[in-house]
Design a protein around this ligand. Structure first.
Ligand code: IPD
Length: 266
């Protein structure tokens, strides 16, 4: 069986190629001079093209593995491993030319469900920032060659907290209420606009914690492993695994505080 480090290397080489393709398409085609509907079409096209590229590389290198992608959905395999892929996380940033977008690729064992899978390796590549985050289970988390660790000695009042809003209006209203009360208790709030990069930001100490409700498996598969391997406590509600309901990734000292605020507010 292939080891987790080899799986991470495969994810890394594919993420690099896919990220460069996304950046090239951004440079060529996504111009904010176009009308809104064609902009969305262009973004969708870039998403699909990048996912197809990732899928084709995996079909060559790992023909027995299953696939779960944001754009093309699920395809089964016989190995028990699934590649979970977001071709462009941070689509709205991509659309506007904000550099915080990324390719996210993870490989997991078991059912392709964040509540029960075991993540083996994950890579998040932000081509416009030339930053590549990676982790293999049990081997730590890295940005390039630099080993990552979450912040220590964090108190709620001095914590910088990342979050996201999802797209559904009703969810945004509930989330705004949580932010309204939380912002008075912490140092400040950040909304980076790409869940995978939020999770990597926790891993690298750029923020102290992150929470979001409604994440899809592909938004969080790689980033959760990277955050965990950097020492973050990552869970959902009441000790459940992070899932669509709630994802909290935090420096361990402030996990409880953040969980109390966000889990009780929904
Ligand atoms: C979205 C981003 C955003 C988060 C949303 C995600 P997409 O993914 O990660 O930050 O708040 O919940 O759906 O649409 O850019 O791939």
């Amino acid at each position: 069986m292939t080891g987790v480090l080899e799986l991470r290397d495969i994810a890394e080489s594919i993420a690099r190629e896919a990220g460069e393709r996304a950046a090239a398409r951004r440079a060529e085609g996504v111009s904010i001079a176009a009308s809104k509907s064609s902009l969305e079409d262009v973004v969708t096209e870039a998403d699909r093209e990048v996912e197809n590229l990732i899928r084709a590389r995996l079909a060559d290198l790992r023909p027995d593995d299953a696939f779960l992608g944001e754009e093309s959905g699920a395809e089964g395999g016989s190995s028990g491993l699934t590649w979970v892929v977001d071709p462009i996380d941070g689509t709205v940033n991509y659309l506007y030319g904000i550099p915080d977008y990324c390719v996210s690729i993870a490989v997991v064992e078991g059912e392709p469900d964040p509540r029960s899978w075991t993540a083996l390796a994950g890579v998040v590549y932000a081509p416009a920032k030339r930053e590549l985050f990676h982790a293999a289970a049990g081997h730590g988390a890295f940005r390039g060659d630099e080993r990552l660790a979450v912040n220590t000695g964090v108190s709620p009042a001095l914590a910088l907290i990342g979050t996201g809003f999802g797209y559904a209006a009703e969810k945004r209203v509930r989330q705004a209420a949580v932010v309204q009360s939380l912002v008075a208790e912490v140092r400040d709030i950040r909304r980076i606009g790409a869940a995978a990069l939020d999770l990597c930001a926790v891993a690298s100490g750029r923020i102290d914690a992150y929470y979001e409700s409604g994440l899809n498996p592909w938004d969080q598969a790689a980033g959760v492993l990277i955050a965990q391997e950097a020492g973050a406590r990552v869970e959902g509600r009441d000790g459940a695994p992070a899932d669509r309901d709630l994802t909290i990734a935090a420096a361990p000292e402030i996990f409880g505080f953040l969980h109390d605020r966000v889990a009780s507010a929904r």
